[in-house]
Design a protein around this ligand. Structure first.
Ligand SMILES: Cc1cc2nc3c(=O)[nH]c(=O)nc-3n(C[C@H](O)[C@H](O)[C@H](O)COP(=O)(O)OP(=O)(O)OC[C@H]3O[C@@H](n4cnc5c(N)ncnc54)[C@H](O)[C@@H]3O)c2cc1C
Length: 367
């Protein structure tokens, strides 16, 4: 058994115990909708968060493959990982690269312990695909900055300890943007829910009215926000959650499928797709971890992987209705299907739309 096999077995044993104790119910898209701080803390206590982070901060000191193994198992199980997901995925690498030692000392051990829930404050009502149009403004004030503006579609802001906010400190477009760590709750920050048609609440509109942020909570250099946000977005776009969000659904639908399904190749094609994404994903993250921007590779991977995710919901519908089933889909499978149908439109939008990603690919190739 290799060290990675051991690690995978360790995560599986942890998840089997959690399920046996009925501590969580599997969900699709669990990295976005499954916010369970107690679960994240238990995972952190097993040293299963921050596998790539330095050991001095409670991390595993490992490589890309370690984190990938843990992420794959958590996503496949539909485990409620949203409370720590953004913090581990993009805030931690950004802190390592741009944070002060005080910020690293404060946040990184909390992240590896599963104690830090972070929201991403990029999108605004008039700045989504065109992120350089950010209008949220930060004005220098004694000992810090005062932020005024509105962010939208902020996943988990109502549950977060802090939000990393991209705001304008001067200049135009890409120049003059800066990142701030805004602690929540905050009397000058209003978090309003934006509910899905199903009534679920996971994203928000967040308004800032001269919200004070001390100098100590500026992330990185003043004016370097665009570069930093793009580095974070690369980690956001390149994760295995881009092709594994619906795996709990697909697994549930394969159960009960008879030996002679209507489309014998359907399951094989899914496995072939996921296997291909896994190989490409590992290579892309290795490049990223080595400091390469890998922008074109990431854009290609994310746009094709999220298109697959959307397709997978249609495949699950076919599998549910397959005349060759030996048993009908379980109640749990039917719930996963319903949830995925609500989530699916967002797969190709969040983290940058597929149209925009294809634009990055074509411009990059032309250059
Ligand atoms: C589930 C979910 C979670 C999210 N969570 C967060 C979060 O936590 N934090 C955060 O900051 N944001 C979050 N977002 C917001 C997301 O990043 C934006 O929705 C996305 O970047 C698109 O921006 P927009 O909604 O303003 O659409 P627009 O930019 O207005 O785009 C509208 C349409 O025009 C197309 N379009 C725009 N520009 C071009 C172009 N140049 N070429 C071709 N087509 C173009 C787009 O593809 C799209 O189809 C989330 C979104 C979703 C769906």
């Amino acid at each position: 058994m290799t060290q990675l096999d051991h690690l995978r077995a360790r995560v599986r044993a942890f998840l089997a115990e959690e399920l046996a104790e009925r501590r969580f119910t599997p969900h699709c898209d669990s990295w976005l909708v499954g916010n369970d701080r107690a679960f994240s803390r238990r995972l952190g206590a097993q040293h299963l968060i921050g596998l790539m982070l330095p050991t001095e901060f409670g991390g595993g000191g490992g490589g890309v493959a370690d984190r990938l193994v843990v992420s794959e198992e958590l996503l496949a199980a539909g485990a409620p990982v949203a409370a720590h997901w953004f913090a581990e995925r993009q805030f931690a690498p950004s802190l390592l690269r741009h944070g002060t030692s005080a910020q690293q000392l404060e946040w990184l051990p909390r992240i590896t312990g599963g104690e830090a829930c972070i929201a991403i404050g990029l999108s605004e009502p008039d700045a989504g695909s065109d992120l350089a149009a950010v209008r949220t403004r930060a004005v220098a004030s004694e000992g810090g900055w005062r932020i005024t503006g509105t962010k939208i579609w902020t996943s988990g802001a109502h549950l977060a300890d802090a939000m990393v906010v991209l705001a304008r400190t001067g200049g135009e477009r890409h120049a003059g943007l800066t990142q701030f760590i805004v602690r929540l709750p905050n009397p000058d920050v209003t978090v309003r829910p934006i509910r899905l048609i199903s009534g679920e609440h996971h994203f928000n509109e967040v308004s800032f009215t001269e919200a004070f942020v001390p100098d100590a909570d500026v992330l990185g250099e003043i004016g370097n926000g665009w570069t930093q946000a793009m580095q974070e977005l690369a980690f956001e776009r390149a994760g295995p959650e881009r092709y594994l969000s619906t795996l709990p659904l697909l697994q549930a639908m394969v159960e009960g499928l008879g030996p002679q399904p209507a489309d014998p190749g359907a399951v094989g094609r899914i496995i072939a797709d996921i296997s291909t994404f896994r190989v490409v994903n590992q290579r892309v993250i290795e490049h990223l971890a080595a400091g390469d921007t890998a922008a074109i590779d990431i854009a290609m991977l994310k746009s094709s992987a999220t298109a697959f995710e959307q397709r997978s919901v249609a495949v699950a519908l076919d599998l549910a209705a397959d005349p060759g089933r030996v048993s009908p889909p379980s109640t749990e499978a039917a719930t996963l299907l319903r949830e995925s149908q609500f989530q699916a439109p967002g797969f190709t939008i969040r983290g940058g739309t597929n149209e925009v990603l294809r634009g990055i690919v074509s411009k990059g190739l032309l250059r």
